[in-house]
Design a binder for this molecule. Structure first.
Ligand code: HEM
Length: 429
């Protein structure tokens, strides 16, 4: 028995604008205070530096405020209580699919990032086995192999574009760990990493340019890339089904084999959407985190020395085991935590409110676009003193023990927690 599909979502830009206007007009309670006039200049400033815009609004309005960006008013909620409210205590009152993540549907389809409710819960249940510790540990050898390969060209004094290097590495690991696709061994099947990258570049275009349709438009190019990626993924699914689902340990195999209590399984289209979603959610996030970690350690020799000393002592020149990676390298973990605090890869959590609600003394109408923002929340001085400073020791067991924490910020059941994602709620005290 296959899973039901979520409600259809229009990719037509005019329809999306009409939906936002309809929600705004049907509001029964006022939006929180903020900068709500129509202003292209504000939109441009926000695109250029969202952090400055958000922190300035926070200083003027407090932890909840409204910014009109292009046609739509967007409610921002900042701080640990806000993160906890949206991702834990009132998560049921927020939809992912109807927030700005809806723009990803043309490429990613109906995966975990773009679905809600029962559809999401059932898919997530079927996918969890692929993320059990043993499954992750099974792909450790792939990660080590690919990393050693990628380090081969490094020589003292040689310049490396770290972001490009990390992105290439993350995509190769994702392709192998997710699809079991080894670019060197499977050359005759093109380069899905490149295809995916080019498809994703659609979202790097200005919002206005993204609306253009027709030959030569970024939209048209994205669809062409999507078609060739689909041909590859569906070809691979068909090959594995013909081989009776094969005994691979990659995520694709595990998703094809996964069955729910009542025998429900993912259809080919659902497997495709989930694998594309994991590729999207997993590669850019790890790429930017690795790049910023190197950036900060290069600027903080004392922190770097502690991390290197720990690795020499714990790993003695060898590659880490899965056990050593979980708790065995505390200096490295604190440096990663502090990097994720300063540069949270998924810097905003976009949603749409289901019902009217009240937060910090202000009402928010049903249908409003509501975002939490880890990037801004992690730089509130009353939460992280001297927030611009890179201080891994903020995450030492003692510091964690003594810091004020968001009420009951337990992660169980929090979306994203099962994948070990460093969501805002787990990082914001
Ligand atoms: C440094 C690396 C990563 C960071 C910082 C990160 C961060 C996040 C955050 C903040 C969310 C919640 C987003 C929201 O509330 O709107 C999330 C969700 C998610 N992430 Fe990650 N992530 C990382 C790596 C990965 C990887 C490697 C994968 C998969 C291979 C992944 C798969 C997902 C999925 C599937 C969701 C949605 C979960 C759900 O709906 O239940 N992430 N991630």
């Amino acid at each position: 028995m296959s899973l039901e599909a979520p409600s259809r979502s229009s990719t037509n830009p005019l329809r999306k604008i009409a939906t936002d206007v309809r929600y705004e007009r049907s509001a029964r309670v006022p939006l929180p205070p903020g900068d709500t006039s129509y202003s292209l200049a504000r939109g441009r400033r926000f695109v250029a530096s969202p952090l400055d815009e958000l922190l300035s609004a926070y200083r003027r309005y407090g932890p909840i405020f409204t910014l009109r960006l292009l046609h739509a008013p967007v409610v921002y909620m900042l701080g640990p209580e806000a993160n906890h409210y949206i991702t834990v205590s009132h998560a049921h009152n927020f939809r992912w699919r109807e927030g700005s993540l809806r723009d990803l549907i043309p490429l990613l389809g109906d995966g975990l990032l773009t679905t809600d409710g029962e559809v999401h819960k059932r898919a997530r249940r079927l996918m969890l086995p692929a993320f059990h510790r043993e499954s992750i540990a099974a792909s450790l050898s792939t990660m080590v192999e690919e990393t050693e390969l990628a380090l081969e060209g490094w020589r003292p004094g040689r310049q490396v574009d770290l972001y490009e290097w990390a992105r290439h590495l993350a995509l190769r690991i994702a392709m192998r760990a997710l699809f079991g696709f080894d670019r060197d061994a499977d050359r005759d099947r093109g380069d899905p990493a490149l295809e995916f990258d080019e498809a994703l570049s659609y979202y790097s275009h200005d919002l206005l340019v993204q609306q253009f349709r027709g030959p030569g438009s970024p939209w048209h190019r994205m669809l062409a890339r999507r078609r060739s990626l689909d041909a590859l993924i569906y070809g691979e699914i068909a090959r594995r089904r013909r081989n009776g689902g094969d005994a691979g340990t990659d995520v694709l195999s595990l998703l094809l084999k996964s069955r729910g209590e009542d025998g429900d399984a993912l259809t080919d289209a659902q497997v495709r959407d989930q694998v594309m979603t994991l590729l999207f959610a997993g590669h850019d996030t790890t790429t930017s985190t690795i790049s910023f970690l190197f950036h900060e350690l290069a600027r903080h020799p004392a922190a770097l020395a502690r991390v290197l000393e720990e690795q020499d002592r714990a790993l003695r020149g060898g590659a880490p085991t899965a056990e050593e990676l979980v708790g065995g390298l505390p200096e490295l973990e604190m440096a990663i935590d502090e990097t994720l605090r300063l540069y949270p890869a998924a810097w905003v959590g976009p949603r749409r409110a289901v019902a009217d609600f009240e937060f910090a003394g202000h009402t928010v109408p049903a249908g409003a676009l509501v975002n939490y923002c880890s990037w801004a929340s992690h730089r509130l001085p009353e939460v992280f003193p001297d927030p611009e400073a890179f201080r891994p020791e903020r995450f030492s067991p003692e510091a964690r023990g003594s810091s004020p924490r968001a009420p009951t910020s337990r992660l169980e059941g929090v979306r994203g927690s099962a994948w070990g994602c460093g969501s805002g709620s787990s990082r914001s005290r």
